[in-house]
Design a binder for this molecule. Structure first.
Ligand code: GLN
Length: 479
């Protein structure tokens, strides 16, 4: 099997080839593992490869010998990667933090259970910013993942390992998590597809929590159809996550593709967007204009509050969620003389960015400041929701760039947290509102780098995003 063949495999192609027995599962998984290990010497997308993948592949070959082809699940034998904050029973899960080193998951996350039921094969766990806090993977306590298109640049974050693994062809698809853009921004930097699902559509059970009112798990894939396949298999009500819902009950009805009304935001272009990104984005808008879609300029005035509100709400929730890592409830490699020493030493394992957010979060929740910061941010969040609600009365989807810049150089923003935070300007409003968005690549690379854009949709309108995305992909990239 050539490297090119492996790199080009999508879920759809893999499935057809496996059923026709063009390759055995053992054969293809062995090839993937050795290709991924070799490739990863440059890219560093993985924190660990799972050697038991070959054994699982062998079991799938045995299963295929007796199974009626019609009943074979869609992800059968497909190599995928899991972000290091999603639990796989018996495997280490560190959220790329030293504090969780040697923590082995005692159970499967809901999404992992779903993937296992569908017979996907986990090739390994992928690198990320520590506790999903960051936009570049540089805040990982273990390694810095490189962008497959330029090894001197970041892959984005926090699901940078997952996006780089898919973009380099080391796996066919991956799971990431998105609290403020962590699926879409790395997908954009690595030129792949990434979906941030509507809040509540995918269970968060078994996801190491960052900010619980914002976190959602979603797929990173090579094509929109693949994102649709994975999303449909992982979504749904789970009794272990009270915020998850029965998707079918809430789902927005589909529309004829050509009737989808597209909104463009005025506010997104005020300042700070790199020239190349604007250019690539305008080409996408022109594409839809040429295809005779109805395009409307809309205004979402409250978006100016999104970034500050997010950093208050997210830090507040993260500081509470991270209180559990005290060296007692979770195993600690450090043991002091007293429980207080253990506590202190263990908490000392957090990286600088995580500490910054814990301090900010405890501050905005503290008595005397809670009104001025946390409660005010919650009010701003409501305004953002209302603004989107109004917008979706006029249009079905909204197009915006995913990131204001092209993939930046490793080290470029690490000294300046504010600069790093600005990377999330266009992705954060979606999480605050709880709606869904899909990252796709624009028509052309700029400066030899991929550029992404988002199709943002209303609650539970993933089907509309997929339909428009597939239409675009078919005409733009012949997929
Ligand atoms: N980059 C954003 C942050 O650092 C988003 C993180 C995420 O979505 N997990 O908060």
């Amino acid at each position: 099997m050539s490297e090119k063949f492996l790199k080009n495999l999508t879920i759809k192609k893999f499935y057809q080839s496996l059923l026709k027995r063009e390759f055995s599962c053992y054969e293809v998984i062995s090839e993937f593992l050795s290709f991924a290990k070799k490739e990863d010497k440059k890219i560093d997308a993985f924190l660990e490869f799972f050697e038991d993948a070959k054994n699982k592949a062998h079991q799938i070959d045995l299963y295929l010998e007796k199974e009626v082809p019609k009943k074979v699940p869609l992800l059968c034998g497909i190599p995928c990667a899991i972000k290091d904050n999603i639990l796989i029973e018996g495997k280490e899960a560190t959220a790329a933090s030293k504090i969780l080193k040697n923590y082995f998951a005692p159970y499967d996350a809901f999404v992992v259970k779903k993937l296992k039921e569908n017979k996907a094969i986990f090739l390994g766990r992928t690198n990320m910013d520590e506790f999903a806090m960051g936009s570049s993977c540089e805040y990982s306590a273990y390694k810095v993942t490189k962008n497959p298109f330029d090894l001197e640049r970041v892959p984005g974050g926090s699901s940078g390992g997952s996006a780089a693994a898919v973009a380099s062809g080391e796996v066919v698809f991956a799971l990431g998590s998105d609290t403020g853009g962590s699926i879409r921004q790395p997908a954009s930097f690595c030129g792949v597809v990434g979906l941030k699902p509507t809040y509540g559509s995918v269970s968060r059970f078994g996801l190491i929590a960052m900010a619980s009112s914002l976190d959602q798990i979603g797929p990173i894939t090579k094509t929109v159809s693949d994102a649709e396949i994975v999303f449909n298999l992982i979504k749904g009500k789970d009794l272990n996550d009270a915020t998850s819902v029965n998707y079918e009950k809430f789902k927005k009805r589909k529309k004829e593709v050509k009737k989808i009304k597209i909104g463009i935001l005025k506010e997104m272009f005020l300042k700070g967007v790199q020239k190349e990104v604007l250019e690539a984005f305008s080409e996408v808008v022109d594409f839809f204009k040429k295809e005779k879609f109805e395009i409307k300029e809309i205004s979402l005035d409250s978006l100016k509050y999104a970034l500050p509100s997010y950093y208050i709400i997210m830090s507040a929730e993260a500081s509470s969620n991270l209180a559990r890592y005290d060296g007692i409830k979770y195993p600690s490699s450090l043991e002091g003389e007293t429980w207080k020493d253990t506590y202190k030493q263990t908490r000392g394992l957090f990286g600088e960015e995580v500490v910054r957010r814990i301090i900010l979060g405890t501050f905005v929740l503290s008595s005397g400041y809670i009104e001025a910061f946390y409660k005010k941010a919650q009010k701003a969040r409501e305004l953002i929701k209302l603004d989107f609600k109004k917008a979706f009365k006029e249009v079905d989807v909204i197009l915006v760039p995913t990131s204001p810049t092209l993939p930046f150089k490793i080290g470029e923003k690490i000294e300046d947290p504010l600069k790093m935070y600005l990377a999330d300007t266009f992705t954060i409003p979606v999480n605050l509102a709880g709606i869904c968005a899909l990252n796709l690549s624009t028509l052309k690379f700029k400066n030899n780098l991929p550029v992404g854009f988002q199709i943002i949709g209303d609650y539970f309108s993933e089907d509309i995003l997929f339909d428009l995305g597939k239409y675009y992909e078919r005409l733009a990239f012949n997929i």
